[in-house]
Design a protein around this ligand. Structure first.
Ligand code: ZN
Length: 459
């Protein structure tokens, strides 16, 4: 493990020797705290103090318990405490279609999904599907997600209802009969109104989604990017997901997807690309030079036979790489810890067991994911001043013992079902494996009712 034993150090810099005892909202104490700070600090028998949704201090449990009285406590003895996981690419409402498009090509997958979406999608149905997705994510220790989908307002309402951190916004995809009924010609104005009316919230930023260079023209992409820049929004695009997409874009415009985005002047620190499986050295250099980030979705890429993204080369070049699950139709779960394990394994398949180590993979799911979203100063690590998004992972199970190295345990041994408690913005959304925001049985019944509705075709 790269972290030093800091049992006598207050990581937050708070002076814990004073006698003043002050009140905090939440104190998580007694676990091994993996801060995921720059030094990789691990605090055995540590604690995290939270006030007003923000981390006030991280340090040894004895010191923080002496300093703070807490309105609410989580006893994390025998557990690992880590930053909440960040899902940098997903389509939450696709939980509705889980298991409906397996073992087909990306193009076959898209055809089926678009057919179902045209029959099924409505604000209410998206809300029901997102509710189930949030329940699944909270159980899996995921505290933040970037969600591209139709009816984003419904997803946003559901996330607010739960107190869960969701980054979403208007999606652009120039297809006939868009599921939300908003014609392409009206979408820029609709998106402008959305961005203009958006409240500023800690740990969240405005987002625009341009589906891809094969569903939008270069002119459309440029207009969407200009709108994103006007509002300081993150722009998110699927790019270079497989060889067939690259061939399609190259045939239409004479340039590969990332090459095209570069030629249009769209690359930059406010752009996050999903997948990037097919990249040339020149494209990797362009991503690094412009500060463009990548959402690596190893499970989706494997399942759809798209290939393996050149993550070791991206990391060597200095590109920020986060992890995504993609939607539950293409990867079947919203399990970010599962993506961590895949990310730590698949790049070794080329013969180099040092490619993407355990620590690197865990960082991709936490601090690097937060950076990919442009929120690295607020999310992704347990440090004073950041939003209080954290996970308590129960180490009681045999497959997690002994704890020699928390990075290794998380990347190679832990399952999302080992998550016991999940905290977002200081609110405990999962406690002792019980979901706080909703009656989980009701949420799942809502999803089941939709999934078996007569309008859903069987194939
Ligand atoms: Zn996707």
């Amino acid at each position: 493990m790269s972290g030093a034993d800091t049992s006598d150090v207050d990581v937050s810099g708070v002076d814990v020797s004073g006698v003043d005892v002050s009140g905090v909202d939440l104190l998580v104490h007694g676990g091994t705290v993996l801060t995921v700070d720059a030094a990789g600090t691990v605090v055995p028998d540590g604690a995290v103090a939270v006030r007003d949704g923000e981390i006030l201090a991280v340090g040894p449990a004895t010191d923080l318990r002496a300093r703070y009285t807490a309105a609410e406590e989580i006893d994390a003895r025998g557990c690992l405490v880590l930053p909440g996981l960040v899902n940098t690419h997903t389509h939450l409402a696709m939980t509705l279609l889980r298991g409906r498009a397996d073992d087909v090509t990306l193009q076959g997958f898209l055809e089926r999904v678009i057919r179902w979406e045209s029959r099924l999608l409505s604000e209410d149905n998206v809300a029901a599907a997102v509710r189930a997705a949030v329940a699944e994510s909270v159980r899996a220790g995921v505290t933040t997600a970037l969600d591209m989908y139709w009816f984003h307002e419904a997803a946003e309402r559901v996330a607010r209802e739960a107190g869960w951190r969701l980054l979403t916004g208007p999606t652009f995809m120039d297809v006939p009969g868009p599921a939300d009924g908003i014609a392409y010609a009206d979408r820029l104005e609709w998106a402008r109104r959305d961005l203009a009316g958006r409240p500023v919230l800690p740990g969240v930023r405005p987002v625009l989604f341009a589906h891809s260079a094969y569903t939008l023209s270069p002119g459309q992409l440029t207009d969407i990017a200009a709108l994103a820049r006007e509002f300081g929004a993150l722009l998110h695009i699927h790019a270079a997901e497989n060889a067939s997409e690259v061939a399609t874009v190259e045939e239409r415009y004479g340039k590969r997807p990332v090459e095209l985005l570069n030629a249009l002047g769209l690359l930059g620190p406010d752009l996050l690309l999903a997948h990037t499986v097919e990249l040339t050295d020149a494209e990797i250099a362009a991503l690094a030079r412009t500060g463009t980030s990548v959402a690596h979705c190893p499970v989706s890429n494997l399942k759809l036979g798209c290939g393996i993204a050149p993550v070791p080369r991206l990391l060597d070049a200095g590109v920020t790489v986060g992890l995504g699950t993609d939607g539950a139709v293409s990867s079947n779960t919203l399990d970010v810890l599962g993506a961590v394990r895949q990310a730590a394994l698949i790049h070794k398949a080329a013969g180099d067991p040092t490619a993407v180590g355990a620590e690197q993979a865990v960082r991709m799911a936490t601090i690097e994911g937060a950076r990919a979203l442009g929120l690295g100063d607020e999310l992704g690590s347990l440090e004073a001043g950041k939003r209080a998004d954290l996970v308590v992972l129960d180490l009681a199970a045999p497959h997690l013992r002994p704890l020699h190295d928390p990075w290794s345990t998380l990347a190679y041994a832990a399952h999302s079902s080992d998550v016991r408690d999940t905290v977002v913005d200081g609110r405990v959304l999962l406690r002792d494996r019980v979901l706080g925001p909703w009656d989980e049985a009701e949420v799942l019944a809502g999803l089941e009712a939709l999934a078996t509705a007569p309008e859903v075709p069987s194939v």
